[in-house]
Design a protein around this ligand. Structure first.
Ligand SMILES: Nc1ncnc2c1ncn2[C@@H]1O[C@H](COP(=O)(O)OP(=O)(O)O)[C@@H](O)[C@H]1O
Ligand SMILES: [Mg+2]
Length: 255
């Protein structure tokens, strides 16, 4: 682990040679009013780098999902700026942001949210169909992505015929099918057994091994901490610590 002291917190230096994918500056977000007001994010400065799997950890309620939602352009912050690959999403019109999200960002959540009547390939093809692809072309591309995730034999299966880990892999295929620059995942292994969780995290790591993509995974699942290249620990709406994980390659190689 390598550390720098910053404001009394430990912040690892930027990884040498890697470009910034997400740049968060002075971002705050509160919910509710008066006595009920909760500060979910308090003046957060944070960077995510390409070619890495960045993990956000910390206790329940510390602001992980809020930070992830802000960098994915799903939730507006109260103040501050969020640049994704050089574009400030906080300054975009709703229409432009919707398009930017559809083209550049992929999402994976704890609940797979697959449509029960569609096959694995049809589910994974949805973002392409929304983007205007013909259904056969979209399903063909989705089938390739499923194949690359080890799901080649399941492309015609319905969600109910798949295990939790397999359903999550379909959800990952759906998130990757349009080749996003930023993949964000909120607690993707929380509903999975240890083995499926490791498989999913290895696929996340593979997805991050590109010079034009960053992957951010929120988790409080300590079984998968080791899969992150860089680990951000949050506490009470703030970044409490950032450290580099020197064990990731060994973990990935042995999995
Ligand atoms: N939509 C919301 N309305 C009101 N409070 C919220 C909302 N979303 C999050 N919060 C509050 O903001 C804080 C941070 O929540 P969240 O980002 O979901 O934390 P985490 O993902 O780390 O568990 C918590 O106190 C939570 O109750
Ligand atoms: Mg959360």
């Amino acid at each position: 682990m390598s550390h720098l002291e910053f404001d009394g917190h430990e912040i690892a230096p930027p990884p040498p040679g890697l470009a910034t994918a997400v740049k968060v500056r002075g971002v705050s977000k509160s919910f509710g009013r008066g006595e009920q007001r909760v500060t979910a994010l308090g003046q957060v400065n944070w960077d995510v780098y390409v070619g890495q799997l960045t993990m956000i950890i910390g206790p329940s309620g510390c602001g992980k999902t809020t930070l992830l939602s802000v960098i994915a352009g799903i939730l507006n912050s109260d103040e501050g700026s969020v640049e994704i690959f050089g574009q400030d999403v906080t300054k975009m019109s709703d229409r432009r942001l919707t398009r930017f999200r559809a083209e550049r960002i992929g999402f994976v959540f704890q609940q797979y949210n697959l449509l029960p009547a569609l096959t694995a390939a049809e589910n994974a093809a949805i973002p392409l169909v929304i983007a205007g692809w013909s259904k056969p072309k979209a399903v063909e591309k989705a089938s390739h992505v499923l194949n690359s995730l080890g799901m080649g034999k399941k492309i015609r299966s319905l969600p109910r015929e798949l295990s939790g880990g397999q359903q999550q892999r379909v959800a990952i295929a759906r998130a990757l099918v349009h080749d996003p620059s930023l993949l964000v995942c909120d607690e993707p292994t929380a509903a999975l057994d240890v083995e499926s969780g490791r498989t999913v995290m290895n696929l996340m790591r593979q997805a991050a091994l590109r010079v034009d993509r960053a992957v951010v995974v929120v988790t409080h699942d300590n079984r998968v901490f080791d899969f992150g290249d860089r680990i951000t620990r949050m506490d009470d709406g703030k970044i409490a610590e950032i450290r580099d994980n020197e064990h990731t390659h060994a973990v990935a190689a042995s999995a």
